[in-house]
Design a binder for this molecule. Structure first.
Ligand code: SAH
Length: 399
């Protein structure tokens, strides 16, 4: 049995927690000195000693833990985890039966009722990500719950709870059988090579599925596409399959060259017709200006925060300038796909960055499409920060 402790919640935080806000902020807790162990069950009471909710203590950069239940009598036991996972799987029934897409999110943290925990599906294999030592202390229960409610070929894990949610280098394999890597999964009929055992990133970001499909089906044809911060080239592969004239993928990491080649290769795309460049994106922009290169479509999908040799990029601070660089090398009537997973600003603010960037470049534009997280990345209505993805298709106007 897990230890349980009582915590008093400051008045100004009570209402939100009662109404469904799932995150327990450090500042919300009056007697935080009473917490002594990650993973302990915390029962939250207001100043009149009335029960609010129960949750677990798990320190992330976001807060001190997550609400698990608003029912005082509910036990956080095997059955609790089984029921949460079972419900999440049921809600994704259509994903499980779709033969064209065999990689998706099965459990999305607070959106599915347990903050700090995500589970992804890769053709029968599962990857569990733990975002705090607290949630990791429930490992046995979560793993056996998953095995109980669905047939599992094998399970891998990512421990992301050293400070700043950085990935902890350790053996990722948990149990079951191990596939031969790369494991080839499908997304809307396109192949992806994934490596579940090679650290924090497995080769594909599943939350961009709808954006990739739209690029392939409606935007790529006949276009000369620049894909910046390209990682394994997922956007480039979809653009090429959508009959782009050419794709150019730019990423700083040297691994991106072989990884991107591999993705093209397993989709029978002739690599000779595609450019893959290992370079700092900001340097590449300067090169493109010097050589007067122009693109009909520029994809921007930077990390929220990145440190390179010369300077640091922060989406909040630098996205506007990134857009200006992109605008300068986009053809008239060309498309810019601006994407960010930064949770410190919302869609409105993001549109504000776009507006200022175009104004400063003295260019007109039109917003064509916008995306947030897809259905399998279920979010919690009371927790807007959890809906982090923002993608906007912008057309550079001809006047
Ligand atoms: N767009 C990708 C995911 C991007 S992940 C996709 O759809 O799969 C972020 C990538 O940005 C990483 O691969 C990282 O190597 C790269 N990166 C970070 N800073 C960079 C910089 N200054 N120049 C080029 N690439 C950079």
């Amino acid at each position: 049995m897990k230890k349980e402790i009582r915590l008093k919640i400051r008045q100004s935080f009570v209402r939100a927690l009662k109404e469904g806000y799932p995150l327990i902020a450090k500042e919300a807790i009056e007697n935080s000195e009473d917490i002594n162990e990650e993973g302990v069950i915390i029962n939250l009471y207001d100043e009149k000693n009335k029960f609010i909710a129960k949750g677990y203590y798990g320190r992330q950069n976001k807060g001190y833990g997550w609400v698990l239940s608003r029912n005082e009598n509910e036990m956080i036991n095997d059955l609790f985890f089984e029921q949460k996972i079972k419900t999440a799987i049921k809600q994704r029934k259509e994903f499980f039966s779709n033969k064209q897409t065999t990689a998706f999110r099965v459990f999305n943290g607070e959106g599915d009722g347990i903050g700090g925990l995500t589970i992804d599906y890769f053709d029968g294999y599962y990857v569990i990500s733990w975002y705090s030592a607290g949630i990791y202390s429930f490992k046995e229960q979560v793993v056996s719950a998953l095995q109980k409610v669905i047939s599992v070929k094998g399970i891998y894990q990512k421990k992301r709870f050293d400070e700043q949610g950085k990935y902890i280098e350790e053996d990722d394999f948990v149990c079951g059988e191990q596939p031969k890597f790369p494991l080839i999964v499908k997304e809307n009929g396109v192949n992806f090579a994934v490596y579940l055992n090679e650290g924090a990133m497995v080769g594909v970001f599943l939350d961009q599925r709808e954006v990739r499909k739209l690029i392939r089906d409606h935007y790529a044809r006949g276009r000369n596409v620049l894909n910046t911060f390209s990682y394994t080239g997922a956007f480039s592969v979809f653009a090429a399959l959508g009959n782009a004239v050419k794709t150019t993928s730019v990423d700083l990491a040297s691994r991106s060259l072989s990884k991107t080649r591999e993705q093209f290769h397993i989709n029978d795309i002739d690599i000779e017709t595609q450019d893959i460049i290992v370079e700092d994106v900001f340097k590449y922009f300067k090169y493109a200006i010097r050589k007067e290169l122009r693109f009909d479509m520029v994809i921007l999908d930077p990390p929220s925060f990145a440190r390179s040799k010369k300077f640091t990029f922060s989406a909040q601070k630098d996205y506007k300038n990134l857009l200006k660089e992109a605008i300068a090398i986009t053809e008239k009537e060309g498309i810019i796909v601006a994407s960010t997973n930064c949770s410190t600003f919302n869609m409105e603010k993001f549109k504000g960055f776009i507006d200022v960037a175009f104004k400063e470049m003295h260019q007109q534009y039109e917003l064509l499409e916008e995306f947030s997280l897809p259905e399998d990345f279920k979010t919690n209505k009371s927790f807007k920060e959890g809906d982090y993805l923002k993608v906007i298709f912008i057309k550079k106007r001809d006047f």
